[in-house]
Ligand binder design. Sequence first.
Ligand code: 3EB
Length: 335
Amino acid sequence: MGSPIRFGYLTPETYLSEAWMPGTRPLAAIVYGEVPLSPRPWPQLSVMLRPLAVPGIVEILCTHAPVVYGQEDGFDLAATSDLLFAGIRIEEPPGTSVTALSEQVYARLLRLIHHRDYPYILRMWNTLQDINLDQNGLERYRQFCLGRHEALTKHGDGAEEERYPAASAVGSTAGGLCVYFLAAKSPGIPIENPKQVSAYRYPPQYGPRSPSFARGLVKTWSHGTDLFLSGTASITGHESRHQGRLVAQVGKAIDNLKILIGAAKPASNIGFALGPGSSVLKAYIRHADDYREVRSILEQRLGKTIEIAYLQAEICRKELLFEIEGAVSVPAAVA
Ligand code: 3EB
């Protein structure tokens, strides 16, 4: 039971041909930009982030295990015997604060994972429209952190910090709140970056409630291991570094990503390495004009063969220009 999740980025044409990843089944397709969609049994979630340099990208999550698809409480689902994917996108009802909406969505997803009996969230993706906008005296990202924290505290089991998933939270220009995640029957091992204060311990200057996530998470299955890398930016300690300096921010984010990957080894006894075939990355760039420069730095530092999706997104601190996230897998023979 249990094999790593296969992530891949497809052109719209390849996705529509369904000739991808032979022997695997889709858990979900995450859709960015212009992709003509027709109904499919698996979840297809349109995330309102613009791909850079190409009109459309489909991020496909696959597995070797049999999958059952479904819906519950507004979420689109895909489940194997040990893994659950669920995703939802909600436009904001008028008169509802981001705090309230985030708490509601998180309360619903916590109910869902307990009801379906996949109680351990491994990896969580959040996209919030206008994430840096101040509303009713509090930035929308900070409202999101507040609502998420409230839900986790009220509906959790009292051990939230040890159970925080790897996560990312970025801003879109449309689309309300979009949340999707992977959850499991058994827990993973959270990883922290020794050069960064854990996000859940950020001091109050960053908002009334700290962001509830781990920097990374290792999940070992019977047939291999996944390392999920949370959104990683130019932050040392708890402070943003290199304000206004793109090249230095990208460099610091990659340094942090490599430190995080290194930190997964002592925590899990498994060595992970970024490389083609084993890794996927997603680069979030605040200003579309920075795409070429960011891409050339990433290719210099990481080589040209790792799959990287480039998306325009607001980063959850106004001064940050870049964030990177991803996943690395290791087959069981090596693990
Ligand atoms: C940071 O390191 C940058 O709120 O879930 C990265 C990953 C960030 C996840 C989240 C926020 C989140 O604090 C921001």
